[in-house]
Design a protein around this ligand. Sequence first.
Ligand code: FAD
Length: 463
Amino acid sequence: MDSIYDLIVIGAGPGGYVAAIRAAQLGMKVLVVEKESALGGTCLRVGCIPSKALLESSELYYKTKREYGMHGISVEASVDLAKLMARKDSIVTQLTKGIAGLFQKNHVEHVAGEAKFTGPKTIAVGDESYEGKAVIIAAGARPATLPGIEFDGRNIVDSTGALSFDEIPESLIVIGAGAIGLEMASVWSRLGSTVTVLEYMPQIVPGLDAETAELAKRILGRQKIKIETGVRVTGANADGDSVAVTAEGKKEGDPPRQWTAGKLLVSVGRRPNTETLNLSAAGIETDARGFIPVNETLETKSPGVYAVGDVIGGLMLAHKASEEAVAVVERLAGRQASVNYAAIPAIVYTDPEIASVGKTEEQLMKDGVDYKKASFPYAANGRAKALNAKEGFVKILADPDSDKILGAHIVGVHAGDLIAELALAMHVGATVKTVAQTTHAHPTLSEIVKEAALAVHGEAIHI
Ligand code: FAD
């Protein structure tokens, strides 16, 4: 045995690196094992950050072509894809190196290599062995595919491939209209690809409030992203420079449907990275889908071994992983901590953004929960008009008795920032009235949130 640590963390994504830094801040001796050469996990390397970098570049290009004219500005726009990608790569490098810097600053030790359990709290990395008084598994997830469709890294790619095309595909099919699929569809459509998104479920962003999803679909459809829902894809074949995707006919008895494009992105969810951890040595079994079961303190069946983030399923979001990580570590340090799962915001960074927190109308109806609702449109807000951001709404669902917010859903520019106020209100149990009575600066988009809250009580001013 080489060393004993207070905490060993497997994986340096938003779950793992946040756990490690917080534990070190709380005085623990911490070791992080990460198999990739760069720190930061999926989020920093091939997820949240590179996708947002590409969304920003592609949006600028799109707006230069489509919107500058109305401001009386004329500019010739063209894209240098290599430079655009280099900017993205440089942001990723800065941030992943930033994590290395934070590890150094906080005296977090880091070993590069693949971690495997050799006992309940012993981990092997190559020939070395490490023991932890506690272990956090934050091994994350990787792209899943559909039966019969294999990634070839060229024509049929996963999200990582679609973040790094070396030329703008003339046409792109995206299977899956979740957050990742829609964001990548937006990037390449804005850069000039003809994009078709195929979704199995009857709405985009499955699980999102249905009215919100419908509005978002309409707006995105006007941007020439063709979205078809209720499509059951049965296979895909790459042939030379094109891919053919087949799906069942619209109705029983209809012939199969087919689409062809230069590239296919399969974006149908993510699978947990649990196969190579040798979990059985720690007495841990995964569930049928490979996720690690945990109790309410995020502890696995093996005492002292915890799991957080994508590897346990639930909302597969970076901030959910980080909050879980902090909660585990704070409790290890003897503090009280928990994650408020009822108020975790989720955002799709399309233009406009789609943001939600809490329950959807469908969930409330299914659970037989009484609710009142109201929405307020972007079109009635002065700042939105000045920003040419007239499409969208803020929708609030509230308890008719307590006036507490049960859920909030936003489609519109900066929805991802606006939702924070409603997430905070839910977290502290503030009433809709409190949000409505809070002074919001004028002219800001945040006034749409205030007006939506006023509208819940039939008191909106500007409509
Ligand atoms: P990960 O970030 O996946 O990190 C796990 C780490 O563990 C990895 O670095 C992996 O190499 C390492 N590892 C795995 N097995 C081992 C082993 N045996 N030994 C050592 N190391 C190991 N979420 C958001 O909240 N907002 C977004 O905008 C967003 N955009 C996304 C865009 C894309 C294209 C993708 C793919 C994902 C996006 N996500 C987003 C999801 C987000 O990236 C994940 O939810 C988040 O990274 C999960 O964090 P994690 O720490 O659980 O796992």
